[in-house]
Design a protein around this ligand. Structure first.
Ligand SMILES: Cc1cc2nc3c(=O)[nH]c(=O)nc-3n(C[C@H](O)[C@H](O)[C@H](O)COP(=O)(O)OP(=O)(O)OC[C@H]3O[C@@H](n4cnc5c(N)ncnc54)[C@H](O)[C@@H]3O)c2cc1C
Length: 473
């Protein structure tokens, strides 16, 4: 018999499962339909496994520098099987946690592929969902009052560069590699591409990054891109920018050969494998959108500020609506959508307050406008910058490259953006995020006494530097 619910969520990734927990807290009878594994991309193919590999690479890179710290370890080497084992263990532990949370919230989980049906005998409105069960049992029908589509995204590929598991990979296949290649070409110097470049280079792989834009991590402040470029090159990563890859030149055999037009000149690149990291496509196909009035714009589901689609009882959140495709964004969107469904008055998301992190070595993190963006928006800006070189804790860590940069409005004194590159900045960015939420001025940030010795002193000093008052510069 068809089951009825207050809310059914299509997709149990970060956005979907967090929405389900919030719905259960609010007393909604809730179900999640998941065709692969609860936790989605973030837990199984994204944030967590990639950070586990990055951590192993960082430990290896640090161990090789042991002598600098007076730690004499001979013949440090990588056992990649163990690296993968550790990654899988962490993912497994968290996967159990998510399953437990579903049970605790009394959330029904359907293991299968869901598809939205149009008006039918079950309901005069579109939104009933047919679930093709993974275990081969008969299709289930679920009848929800409300639906949240949280079907996520998948790696974008380029025609002629489809993944084959051997020579051409996306991040999905790269995470499952059994052996490290000797060399790799990474197509795309965005956030995911640079994390891979950093990790593989730290593991000792010969890495070449080919980036179409004129700089790597082009969504970040220019000075952060420049510093990341410098530090990647110092590691030995080769980087070609303003480079348009020519997929039709791909040759596969003992490895790969591919050409790119670099600043107008055709160049050939050779490696054992190629990793295509050129963005992600929203999963909007095969989920029955054609049975609804829901609109798809630029490949993503169109929604309003409360994540309602054209069918006001069907919401969409996370990677499938485009924008900032990040796990913490998907989670918050899920919470806002559920609270709206429950008749609460959730505050809308201000995307300029979302922190973005790059977990490479060095790390980078930012919140708010870059210096150029702020200027383009017509702000008269003042900038404070402080290097980790003058921060005791950074020297103690043996990682003193990088800086904190604060962009502020000269007229109102509001902080417009904070940009960091260096040790542990992904853990430090939340202070800047809070400062933005509270509309803090650089003075207020500097007035917060930062404990000594900590890396966070760089934030206090950068805030002082906005008005030329940094102490240690
Ligand atoms: C390599 C990599 C590293 C990343 N690192 C970070 C990071 O460090 N920090 C960060 O914030 N973000 C990171 N991301 C992005 C992050 O993973 C996504 O933004 C996040 O997972 C989006 O959550 P979501 O719920 O929208 O979608 P997903 O997590 O993709 O979940 C969607 C779920 O829907 C299921 N599904 C799809 N269609 C159906 C259907 N018809 N029926 C049933 N189920 C269906 C899928 O199986 C999937 O489980 C990374 C991504 C990648 C690829």
């Amino acid at each position: 018999m068809a089951q009825e619910y207050d809310l059914v969520i299509l997709g149990g990734g970060t956005g979907g499962y967090v929405a389900a927990i919030r719905a259960s807290q609010l007393g909604l009878k809730t179900a999640v339909i998941e065709k692969e594994k609860l936790g989605g991309t973030c837990l199984h193919k994204g944030c967590i496994p990639s950070k586990a590999l990055l951590r192993s690479a960082e430990v290896f890179a640090t161990a090789k520098r042991g002598e600098e710290f007076g730690v004499m370890a001979k013949e440090v080497s990588i056992n990649f099987g163990k690296v993968q084992e550790r990654k899988n263990k962490i993912v497994g532990q968290l996967y159990q946690g998510v399953q437990h949370l579903m049970k605790q919230g009394k959330i029904d989980v359907y293991k299968g592929t869901g598809r939205i049906l149009g008006p039918s005998i079950f309901s005069p409105m579109p939104g009933t969902i047919s679930v093709e069960m993974n275990n081969g049992e008969e299709n289930e029908i679920v009848i929800p009052k409300n639906v949240i589509i949280a079907t996520g995204s998948r790696p974008r590929t380029l025609p002629g560069l489809e993944p084959d598991r051997e020579f051409v990979l996306t991040s999905d296949e790269a995470l499952e590699m059994e052996f490290l290649p000797k060399s790799i070409i990474i197509l795309g110097g965005g956030i995911i591409g640079i994390e891979w470049a950093s990790m593989l280079s730290d593991f000792g792989v010969d890495v070449t990054v080919i980036e179409y834009a004129e700089r790597i991590i082009p969504t970040e402040d220019k000075e952060i891109s420049r510093e990341m470029h410098r530090q990647m090159k110092r590691k030995g990563v080769k980087i070609a920018t303003s480079a348009k890859v020519l997929p039709e030149t791909l040759q596969k055999g003992g490895g790969v050969i591919i050409s790119a037009e670099v600043k107008g000149v055709q160049k050939e690149f050779k490696a054992e494998k190629i990793l295509v990291s050129v963005g992600r496509l929203a999963n909007v196909e095969g989920i029955g959108l054609e049975n609804t009035e829901i609109q798809v714009e630029n490949g993503c589901i169109a929604v309003n500020e409360y994540f309602q689609t054209k069918e006001s009882h069907i919401y969409a959140i996370g990677d499938c609506i485009g924008g900032l495709q990040l796990a913490h964004v998907a989670a918050r969107e899920g919470i806002v959508a559920v609270e709206h469904i429950a008749g609460q008055n959730p505050s809308r998301i201000d995307y300029s307050l979302v922190s973005k992190c790059i977990y490479s070595n060095p790390e980078a993190a930012s919140v708010g406008f870059s210096e150029d963006e702020a200027k383009e928006k017509g702000y008269k800006v003042k900038v404070g910058k402080f290097s980790f070189r003058a921060i005791g804790k950074a020297l103690v860590f043996g990682e003193s490259d990088g800086f904190v940069k604060i962009v502020a409005d000269e007229e109102t004194d509001d902080i417009l953006g904070v940009h960091m590159i260096g040790p542990h900045v992904t853990d430090m960015i939340s202070e800047a995020g809070l400062a933005r939420v509270l509309d803090a001025s650089p003075w207020e940030v500097a007035h917060t006494i930062h404990p000594h010795p900590t890396l966070s002193e760089a934030i206090g000093e950068a805030a002082l530097a906005v008005d030329g008052k940094a102490i240690h510069s």
